[in-house]
Design a protein around this ligand. Structure first.
Ligand SMILES: Nc1nc2c(c(=O)[nH]1)N[C@H]1C(S)=C(S)[C@@H](COP(=O)(O)OP(=O)(O)OC[C@H]3O[C@@H](n4cnc5c(=O)[nH]c(N)nc54)[C@H](O)[C@@H]3O)O[C@H]1N2
Ligand SMILES: Nc1nc2c(c(=O)[nH]1)N[C@H]1C(S)=C(S)[C@@H](COP(=O)(O)OP(=O)(O)OC[C@H]3O[C@@H](n4cnc5c(=O)[nH]c(N)nc54)[C@H](O)[C@@H]3O)O[C@H]1N2
Ligand code: SF4
Ligand SMILES: [Mo]
Length: 837
């Protein structure tokens, strides 16, 4: 295997594509760029003799995680040599996380693709050399367009799919919807959200009506109850969270933090209280906390409502008379109490979560009496079969303490004042495109009776393709996603993608690229022009812009321009649409035109000033809840009192217009939930305890968290990132399986031993190897292996078996099971067996 990879990486692609063979010499563009690059390096030798040669600073956005920090990129004589946080960017504030600086390694990664290529070996597999040969961009676009035109002629355009992951903004992922509509496929695009963090979004959709992650007013909060969010290593925006952590922990009063996790991560180590929970049981804990808040009369009466007689009638085990409770901004509390919560005592929760009841009482009282307080969560509680219900129970705590839209509480992110595009896709639809609308389901079946509440189900696509149900894919184009490695049970994807024509746009030789028929390498983020409205942050709108720091190092293109170029070649009116759209820069100029009427706080009012400052933003947030009433900003203060209808329309778009403890969203799908989750139909709306379903058939829980140097699946080929991968246990240049010493010793495993982890996947035993590292801080029943490892492609450092053994890929032990409601893949729900190898 290693030999084949070396061959792949070093001989064929590099030598050919860099122009060392005759074939490459034909691709003039590639060679030209490369020659330019070499010349620049030569010049820099000359310039080095004059210290302080020309340095240019360009504004960009880091692409290594969804935080989207604004960066200043320092380029001297055509070479990027430094990246710092942009002091003018409100997320970065001049700072970066440890990964931000490593952008130069991604730009100058020696394993990058040097230009477009096509596959000449028809056989696909881990051990097959794709035998790529360089082609021109025109040839690449023509090959793809010809396929797409042929599909359209045959009435099979739905068999083309776009897959994407970390794409942002109107200039790349934003192009998908119109492409699908004009071309005639429901599969533009299948996003990776169901393999990421969709659970917390759906929990919010089901309770407060917003299908979104929250924005948070951390600066003003006094208590954080953190359910399984890696606040100091992953949760977004990571860099900013570290900054605001400093503020929260030094202000007066100091923000108290209680962390609920299954292992001693940096966040838990830095918190005031640690609750070491059994995986998949956060819902039980949150319900018990709610139970204490109600029985002890600690809820926020102005937000939630109160008993008519002003007395507290919530008593453990006793129902209340529904009419006796007068709800205010909430819906269904009496039914929730009577149907679920009255029995959910801390003593009950102790049995399920293993957290002592007395700690649950303490935390519940602390949380409810230290205001403002918020309960936050991410993949910990949600990447399980019961994830949406767990998440709803956590989010309900925010309603109980009156934190929705309150100072020191939670909001929803506003969008930027973008201008419209110069053309509207609706004007370019032909009869065929109209006919295709709604004709076929998506290949992932999201939004159908199979997954009615899921927005996307990428992890299902391989299975569906193999079964030909709902149909077989013909052609697929990938953009910053690599499910053949990152999906649960990725080997199924290796099977599935063998007979699909694959177009990969990765600049790097990842696993998808090894299966690709056409390589259309994208610019890295330091080489491209791209917009990005902020990921949910403090609520007020913000949109950053990335500008190229250097000319493209190789013969690459912007993904948005690839879509436009393909669109222009489709035999339909859509070709005209894309000709009118022009290119990415033209689109962004139209977007920026919207700033003229709404200049940013930093003066940004057009494309040029956006480019210069790198970010447009406009404070403050427009809405605020204060002691029973919602207010809207009038330009000077939160002075406009909102009606119930306005609150429903703008802030809590549920059926009731209130925060729902009894979810109408779930009740609308009662039949499905009852069938899939075994819950009585008349109970599905209640926030409730649902047993997790663990996969793998082992005896030890298995989690694969993100570490600070970890950039999803993308940092594995950065040796500098690998060098500090596990700050707590000292994983250097490798990655250890973190294991409680007691658990290890019971199995005769010493610190440093090689171990075998096994799990049942699709009825078969699958195993990976890893090196054990004692970690007494973790739960003894839980094994921890960060997911970055076990690549079989992606570059020389990602695959090399260095000094220490690199572990296998955690995904190989992860069954493809999803939360039926959110569709989120249950990455944290496997149970595995462990033995000395
Ligand atoms: N450094 C870094 N930051 C990132 C990323 C990255 O790759 N690197 N990726 C970004 C992406 S794509 C995402 S989706 C987010 C994810 O952000 P998070 O969800 O915050 O990160 P994770 O590490 O997936 O999971 C958080 C924690 O859940 C814990 N956990 C597992 N099971 C349970 C459980 O049952 N209950 C509880 N309470 N905890 C549990 C894990 O031990 C882990 O500490 O991070 C983003 N930020
Ligand atoms: N076992 C296990 N698996 C997991 C998780 C887990 O906890 N455990 N976590 C999951 C989570 S939260 C997420 S978000 C997913 C992420 O999984 P994916 O969506 O697959 O994303 P990545 O692995 O980060 O990157 C995918 C590809 O993008 C390519 N790429 C990098 N930069 C660029 C670029 O600038 N342009 C283009 N076009 N391509 C680029 C890379 O080469 C890589 O092949 O993984 C999930 N997978
Ligand atoms: S938190 Fe780090 S990796 Fe994420 S965008 Fe910011 S600097 Fe980049
Ligand atoms: Mo993610």
């Amino acid at each position: 295997m290693k030999m084949i990879l070396d061959t792949l990486l070093n001989r064929r692609r590099f030598l050919k594509a860099t122009g060392a063979t005759g074939a490459a010499a034909a691709t003039t563009a590639g060679v030209g760029k490369l020659a330019g690059f070499t010349a620049a390096s030569t010049t820099s030798t000359h310039v080095n003799a004059r210290p302080g040669g020309e340095t240019r600073v360009t504004k960009n956005i880091c692409h290594q995680c969804p935080a989207r920090c604004g960066i200043n990129v320092y380029t001297t004589n055509g070479r990027v040599h430094a990246i710092y946080g942009d002091p003018g960017n409100p997320i970065a504030n001049g700072k970066l996380c440890p990964k931000g600086h490593l952008g130069t390694q991604l730009l100058y990664d020696p394993d990058r693709f040097k230009g477009p290529m096509k596959r000449t070996n028809p056989n696909k597999g881990r051990d097959e050399d794709p035998e790529f040969v360089p082609i021109s961009w025109d040839e690449a676009f023509d090959i793809v367009a010809e396929r797409l035109n042929r599909l359209r002629e045959r009435g099979e355009s739905h068999r083309f799919a776009h897959f994407y992951g970390r794409g942002w903004g109107s200039s790349d992922a934003g192009l998908y919807g119109d492409f699908g509509k004009l071309y005639g496929t429901p599969n533009s695009a299948i996003g990776h959200a169901s393999m990421c963090a969709e659970g917390s979004k759906r929990a919010k959709r089901a309770t407060d009506g917003n299908d979104s992650y929250n924005s948070y007013d951390y600066r003003n909060t006094n208590y954080i109850l953190n359910f399984g969010a890696g606040f100091l290593e992953a949760f977004r925006p990571y860099n900013y969270l570290m900054q605001v952590w400093g503020h929260m922990r030094t202000k007066s009063p100091k923000t108290r933090v209680t962390t609920i996790d299954v292992r001693m991560n940096p966040t838990m180590a830095a918190s005031d209280r640690a609750l070491m929970i059994k995986p998949g049981t956060d819902g039980a804990l949150a319900l018990a906390i709610a139970h204490v808040i109600l029985t002890e009369g600690l809820w926020d009466k102005e937000f939630v409502g109160d008993f008519e007689d002003g007395r507290n009638h919530f008593r453990t085990g006793e129902t209340i008379i529904p009419d006796a409770f007068q709800a205010n901004w909430t819906h269904g509390l009496a039914e929730w109490w009577n149907g679920e919560l009255k029995d959910r005592t801390p003593e009950w929760a102790e049995e399920i979560t293993t957290i002592p009841a007395k700690h649950i009482y303490t935390v519940a009282r602390e949380f409810a009496t230290t205001r403002p307080a918020m309960a936050i969560m991410e993949r910990g509680p949600t990447a399980h079969f019961n994830g949406t219900y767990n998440g709803m129970a956590v989010h309900a705590l925010n309603a109980l303490v009156g934190s929705m839209f309150a100072e020191g509480g939670l909001f929803y992110q506003m969008g930027p004042s973008y201008g419209p595009l110069p053309v509207s896709a609706d004007d370019y639809m032909d009869d065929y495109a109209r006919e295709m609308q709604g004709k076929h389901p998506r290949i992932d079946m999201a939004g159908t009776e199979k997954w009615p509440m899921a927005g996307t189900m990428m992890q299902e696509c391989a299975k569906h393709h193999l079964a030909g149900d709902p149909y077989k894919l013909d052609t697929a184009m990938f953009f910053v996603t690599n499910p053949i490695w990152t999906a649960p049970d990725p080997r199924l994807w290796e099977e599935a993608l063998k007979d699909v024509f694959i177009i990969d746009t990765s600049p790097y030789p990842g696993e998808t690229a090894m299966y690709a028929d056409i390589i259309m390498p994208e610019h890295t983020y330091l080489e491209r022009l791209q917009d990005s409205p902020t990921y949910p942050f403090e609520g007020w709108p913000m949109a950053a812009l990335r500008t190229p720091a250097v000319d493209p190092v190789y013969d690459t293109k912007h993904f948005g321009d690839m879509i436009i170029e393909i669109g222009k070649r489709i035999n339909s009116p859509m070709a005209d649409y894309y000709r009118e759209l022009g290119d990415v820069e033209n689109m962004l100029r139209h977007r920026a035109a919207g700033f003229a009427n709404d200049p940013g706080d930093n003066g940004v009012n057009d494309f040029e000033s956006w480019k210069e400052k790198g970010v447009w933003y406009k404070k403050p947030y427009h809405w605020r809840y204060w002691r029973g009433t919602f207010y809207e900003w009038d330009g000077e203060g939160y002075n406009i009192e909102m009606s119930e209808d306005e609150v429903k329309d703008k802030l809590m778009p549920t059926a009731s217009g209130k925060f729902e403890f009894k979810s109408s969203f779930l009740e609308n799908n009662a039949n499905y939930i009852a069938r899939e989750m075994g819950i009585a139909e008349d109970r599905v709306g209640l926030i409730q305890w649902v047993e997790p379903r663990h996969t793998g058939d082992g005896d030890l829980h298995f989690v694969t968290p993100k570490t600070p140097l970890h950039a999803e699946g993308r940092s594995a080929n950065i040796p500098q990132a690998q060098a500090y991968m596990q700050p707590i246990v000292g994983g250097r240049g490798t990655c250890y399986l973190e294991i409680h010493p007691k658990t290890a010793q019971e199995r005769g495993i010493n610190d440093g031993d090689t171990v075998r982890l096994s799990a049942q996947v699709r009825g078969e035993t699958k195993s990976i190897l890893a090196v054990a590292r004692y970690m007494p801080g973790h739960r003894p029943d839980t094994l921890v292996l960060p997911m970055e490892y076990g690549h079989w492609a992606q570059g020389r450092w990602a695959t090399a078996q260095g000094r220490d053994m690199k572990p296998g890929h955690s995904g190989d032990l992860t069954e493809n099971l999803s939360d039926p409601i959110s569709g989120l893949a249950c990455y944290y729900t496997a149970k595995v067996r462990l033995e000395k190898a």
